[in-house]
Design a protein. Structure first.
Lengths: 244, 244
DNA sequence: CAGTGGTCTAGACCACGCT
DNA sequence: GCGTGGTCTAGACCACTGT
């Protein structure tokens, strides 16, 4: 590679470096979830660039949901609030069209296990690494509709007590208790047939069709933090995707 | 509503008006799919605003996939090309992880029908309006994997000849032959059990689980142009969603 | 090398929310 | 009224592409 090609490839706009610098400060905890960032001009002074460049970085961070901005108020580090989670990470809607919000969660089981080959692969761990396995169900108006298996690398959640109860919104809990902010995820959606386990958990008849949604979720810093399998009663809920 | 409140609510940034103005020119056909738009400075002169404002409008139009920009070359009206369609409107992936591209389509039936209550409702038509119904299947390496029912308001496709053959990518065809550019869509995903029709079309055993994806697609100008039901062999394909 | 989009800066002014 | 983000402008310069 010639020097010219190097400099071509090495070019990175200033606003992207600023974006990374701000992200790093958030990851480092300099500004926590919900905290207000310095104003555009203060950040510009702090980082020795113009206000316009800071603005472009903050627009990008708003886009990727790292911060949010309110005119007349300020720029804040995003939180995994319930409202935000519904919008970004919960795309199930009732088939009848009535919005019932986030179904309530009920813990069935939680235990520390050794990663099976499948789980290790999905979480990019080594077989046998410690993994926290959570089984719970979600109910809509007392009727079970989703069975969730959730796998967490034990490494990131060393403080988690197996005997504690869990809140309805885990992502908020990860953030509050473990300083892990879920920021990106990928869902794979398949159709499956309900088995005996599904029957026991969410009272669907074996043979009924279910959506199986497997999710790999990443934290702000890009670390793979959660693997989740949701089995969803298709007679109650569907998965909605907006494309453009 | 007081005058003050009126003026508050009436405020609309200049760049949004510019965005709309450019969109309107594209809808009107002043610039067609693939055409190069005037440069930022030319547009600024044309619309009597600064280059920076034009830039902001074009950035928004890039975001919503109305235009695309290539540094050093120009700004172009987006086309429903195969590559673009795969990226924006085809989110099925092979379960084995191997990317096989867009499965080839095979026409089974095409006819002009009167809208049933369900179809009329989904396409926001009146019961009995003329609707073109297309049935086709998609194959991956000669193996059927998706059965598609497609419903088009006859009104938008008056030139369509029932006896013509159809290309693999309908969206490109809508654009080329009917000046209809698909720009937005919403997919509803459910799990269903294969029936006799599915068995006949895509050779799955009755009782097997399928994904049923119903899509309502809109043109650039916001008109509802297509209602599509895809029944997908879940043993071959899954639906992938990226969240952030 | 000419022409295009992309970056960066500086400054003025507007809209908004809070107090 | 003050401080914040949002809009709009003007201008300089950089990076990329095609001829």
């Amino acid at each position: 590679m010639t020097p010219k090609e190097q400099s071509r490839n090495a070019f990175k706009p200033l606003y992207q470096k600023i974006e990374q610098a701000i992200t790093n400060k958030i990851i480092a905890g300099e500004w926590g979830p919900g905290d207000m960032l310095p104003s555009e001009f203060q950040l510009a002074d702090l980082l020795s660039v113009s206000q316009g460049t800071v603005r472009k970085a903050l627009e990008a961070l708003t886009q990727s949901n790292v911060v949010y901005r309110r005119q007349g108020v300020g720029t804040f580090v995003s939180e995994n609030t319930l409202k935000d989670m519904l919008f970004h990470f919960f795309h199930y809607k009732a088939n009848d069209g009535v919005d019932k919000g986030l179904p309530s969660a009920e813990l069935i089981d939680i235990e520390l296990i050794d990663a099976s080959p499948e789980i290790a692969s999905e979480l990019e761990l080594t077989r046998g690494d410690g993994v926290i396995k959570i089984i719970r169900i979600r109910k809509l108006a007392d009727k079970p509709c989703i069975a969730e298996q959730i796998y967490l690398p034990q490494h990131f959640f060393t403080q988690l007590d197996i005997n504690d109860s869990l809140p309805n919104s885990l992502y908020h809990y990860y953030q509050e208790s473990f300083n892990i902010t879920i920021n990106k995820a990928a869902d794979k959606i398949r159709a499956v047939i309900a088995n005996e386990s599904d029957q026991a958990l969410i009272k669907v008849r074996p043979g009924n069709p279910l959506l199986e949604v497997t999710r790999r979720a990443r934290a702000l810093d890009g670390r793979l933090v959660e693997y989740r399998i949701s089995r969803v009663d298709s007679e109650q809920l569907h998965y909605l995707v907006d494309l453009n």
